[in-house]
Design a protein around this ligand. Structure first.
Ligand code: PLP
Length: 435
């Protein structure tokens, strides 16, 4: 393909000039592998972008989408409905923590985040706490790219070009401590970092705070695993001060940690959960918010007759996404993929920690089927070494993701033991030859 052919597409979160000078294209995918246009296979170490949890090209999901496109291509979601959206909401509610079974659909993770933040604000107003308008996020948090998401998010590059953000946000400190490097699973210490919420309550007054949003496991800023007891403590402090707790489970939802949700895995129940990605196995864009009954009922039952929440998207509950979601949930359930991830977690842990002695590795973090391999940055060129590793892995047959100087791994939950070994061997070989 001539490089000029690539110029029209302004690519997201991409070095457009670098990419178009030296493109990396994907042409097809099946099971654990992508293929390039030349037919070269790539083992998928990241489930696409943390979303293809059941592996690629699943016939059941493909056929469900095809069938639905022929039956009902689109249905407006405002003041109208179609059966599959109700069915999917019901099915998603069944695998959420008890009580979080009121499901609002969106088109992406970013939309799910902004929806959850707005629901939190509407809830506080509905219960007579209208002064609670402040939203608390966390440093190094990633909550998508809407203005709400970047405001509570904690990644400076996602904010600095844009100037304005939501007013009245603040941030907890992040939970990463290099001194706890190479901890397997949850670090043993650091739960007291949750007390930052107490500090912000003391600073701003609880009566100004609507909600706190965190990723139970932060993915996009380098795979940060919560210290033992941290999420429990955050829950307790939030409850004590009437602050809603939102878990952004766009990455952790649908089996990544070996359970339907991180909330279930950690045994900590938030008031709202954001979902996307694995909801449809990545096959059709879709996001969702799972709301607890008390939040939903306060807004919906408490409203005057008529529309209760002035919010929604043209593509909320889209028929093709709903069909994909149902087929995806069937696949997860029939193949026991969440339990499979739980079973594989210890093999995964052993494998990724074996990278510890390769050049440049300064930390390895893991939980469920997630891992972060952190590399020492090149002096004066943060991210460059990991980007080199990403390119070399691509050239030698493995798809990884890099964020900063961390290689992030999150394979489809169908990965086999031999493929786990292959992921680690390929990364090790690339690290050995990377400057
Ligand atoms: N929240 C989290 C935790 C994510 O990891 C992501 C995407 O990676 C998002 C939100 C945004 O999702 P989307 O890219 O579908 O808007």
């Amino acid at each position: 393909m001539h490089r000029n052919d690539l110029s029209a597409y302004w690519m997201p979160f991409t070095d457009n000039r670098g990419f178009k000078a030296d493109p990396r294209l994907l042409a097809s995918a099946e099971g654990m592998h992508y293929r390039t246009p030349e037919g070269r296979p790539l083992l998928d170490g990241v489930a696409g972008l943390w979303c293809v949890n059941a592996g690629h090209g699943r016939a059941r999901i493909t056929e469900a989408i095809q069938r639905q496109a022929a039956i009902l291509d689109y249905a407006p979601p405002f003041q109208l409905g179609h059966p599959l959206a109700f069915e999917l909401a019901d099915r998603v509610g069944q695998i959420m923590p008890a009580g979080l079974d009121r499901i609002f659909f969106a088109g992406s993770g970013s939309e799910a985040v902004d929806t959850a933040l707005k629901i939190a604000l509407a809830y506080q107003r509905a219960i007579g706490q209208g002064s609670r308008t402040r939203l608390i996020g966390r440093e190094r948090g990633y909550h998508g790219v809407g203005f709400g998401g970047i405001s509570v998010g904690g990644i400076v590059n996602n904010r600095r070009a844009f100037g304005v953000q939501l007013p009245g946000t603040d941030h907890l400190r992040h939970t990463h401590d290099p001194a706890r490097g190479f901890s397997r699973g949850q670090p043993e210490s650091g739960a007291e970092l949750a007390d930052d919420l107490e500090r912000l309550v003391a600073l701003h007054g609880a009566e100004t705070i609507a909600a706190v949003i965190v990723e139970p496991v932060a993915g996009s800023t380098g795979v940060l695993i919560p210290p033992r007891g941290y999420l429990e403590r955050l829950r307790e402090i939030a409850t004590r001060h009437g602050i809603l707790l939102i878990f952004d489970e766009v990455i952790t939802g649908f089996g990544r940690l070996g359970a339907a949700t991180a909330a279930e895995h950690f045994g900590v129940t938030p008031d709202l959960i954001t979902l996307a990605k694995g909801l449809t196995n990545g096959a059709v864009p879709m996001g969702a918010v799972a709301a607890s009954r008390h939040v939903h009922d306060a807004i919906v039952e408490g409203a005057a007759p008529g529309i209760e929440l002035f919010h929604g998207y043209t593509y909320s509950g889209h028929p093709l996404a709903a069909a994909a979601g149902l087929a995806t949930l069937d696949t997860y359930a029939e193949e026991g993929l969440f339990a499979r991830a739980a079973t594989l977690a210890s093999v995964w842990e052993e494998a990724v920690h074996s990278l510890r002695d390769h050049p440049h590795v300064i930390d390895v973090r893991n939980l469920g089927l997630v891992a972060g391999i952190e590399l020492a940055p090149r002096p004066g060129a943060p991210g460059a070494r990991a980007m080199d590793v990403f390119r070399r892995c691509f050239d030698t047959g493995l798809l990884v993701r890099v964020t900063g100087d961390t290689i992030a791994l999150s394979p489809p939950l169908i990965i086999e033991d031999a493929q786990i070994a292959e992921v680690v061997e390929r990364i090790g070989a690339v690290l050995d030859e990377t400057a």
